[in-house]
Design a protein around this ligand. Structure first.
Ligand SMILES: Nc1nc2c(ncn2[C@@H]2O[C@H](COP(=O)(O)OP(=O)(O)OP(=O)(O)O)[C@@H](O)[C@H]2O)c(=O)[nH]1
Ligand SMILES: [Mg+2]
Length: 305
């Protein structure tokens, strides 16, 4: 348990620095009204959104008016506890397929969000858990897509079904599912091409992937995960909304939390769409993936242990 908290604290360093602003230096002293105003500004700056930022600062202000001796660390604890309440129910898990069928995870999202890297990270995680995994390379759009995911598969020793550039991505998904079933894979992780959420024809392609998978197993795809780059901040909410409209997302995976001070955006994603956060990415290596833990996230944001 300790290491999960440590990983979140480390991975959220930049968001914590942005969100806490001057509060980190006030941990050991009494705070004042000015500190509370600064917390509000910095939370908004870290893309927590107005509603969440105000709920947190209102709670701190209420306590401060009751107790003028309130110290920075206590204010941070109040903030973390409000955030935990807001995020109640946000810790997502993948749904499993019926017995004898591969559990399908479809990764979708805008260009460069981290889908391929996340596919590799998930494959590694499940393979480490002793379950057979197949990667379905269904990005038939980008020229180097096969090579990129192929390299991951080789490095991690994971089975892969590749596809041709320019081929139909839904047909590629169909073939990948057939291979997963034939090889007795427990997991099929489908990597799709990056697409702009505003392009309707590209979004229609995702609906087709869903349809062909359901021909094989009516309950598939069991997990439709949008991969969101945390550094996109509140724009990630718009992306998630658009993808949700055409693809019925079951969860979100938020990447690159290590590289941004805008890690507050995932709260807005959860609040506005009510889809859980399944995993978060804290780096470029295969092992830099964590199951989302809202308590560790809230404590990490507020620099608590
Ligand atoms: N720092 C950091 N970098 C990440 C993380 N996840 C992915 N990246 C990097 O982000 C870049 C894009 O990742 P990809 O996995 O290729 O993204 P993609 O969504 O598959 O991109 P397209 O297929 O082109 O749409 C790569 O340089 C990754 O190493 C993360 O959690 N942290
Ligand atoms: Mg990719």
């Amino acid at each position: 348990m300790f290491s999960v908290f440590k990983k979140f604290k480390e991975g959220l360093r930049k968001t914590a620095a942005a969100a806490l602003g001057g509060l980190a230096s006030a941990f050991g002293r009494k705070i004042d009204e000015g500190d509370i105003e600064r917390i509000e500004e910095t939370l908004i700056g870290a893309d927590f959104g107005l509603e969440t930022s105000l709920e947190i600062t209102d709670a701190v202000r209420r306590e401060y008016r009751r107790n003028r001796e309130l110290r920075g660390k206590e204010a941070a604890e109040i903030g973390a506890s409000v955030l935990k309440k807001i995020l109640a129910g946000s810790d997502g898990s993948f749904v499993r397929a019926p017995d004898g069928f591969p559990t399908v995870v479809c990764l979708v999202g805008v260009n460069g969000a981290g889908k391929t890297t996340t596919a590799a990270k998930l494959a590694r995680l499940f393979a480490e858990g002793g379950e057979k995994v197949l990667l379905g390379a269904c990005d038939t759009f980008r020229a180097a897509a096969n090579e990129q995911i192929g390299e991951w598969a080789e490095r991690l020793g994971i089975d892969i079904v590749e596809s041709r550039q320019g081929a139909d991505s839904a047909a590629a998904a169909f073939d990948a599912w057939q291979a997963a079933k034939a090889r007795g894979a427990k997991w099929l992780i489908i990597d799709t091409a990056g697409r702009l959420h505003t392009k309707e024809n590209l979004m229609g392609e995702l609906a087709k992937i869903r349809r062909v998978l359901a021909k094989n197993d009516p309950s598939a795809p069991h997990n439709c995960a949008i991969v969101l780059d945390a550094s996109h901040g509140s724009n990630a909410i718009e992306q998630a909304r658009a993808f949700h409209g055409s693809f019925a997302l079951t969860c979100a995976i938020v990447t690159k939390l290590d590289g941004t001070g805008k890690g507050g955006a995932l709260v807005g994603v959860y609040r506005s769409l009510n889809i859980p956060i399944a995993y978060v990415g804290f780096g470029e290596r295969a092992e830099d993936l964590q199951k989302f833990d809202s308590a560790a996230y809230a404590d990490g944001v507020f620099g608590l242990d």
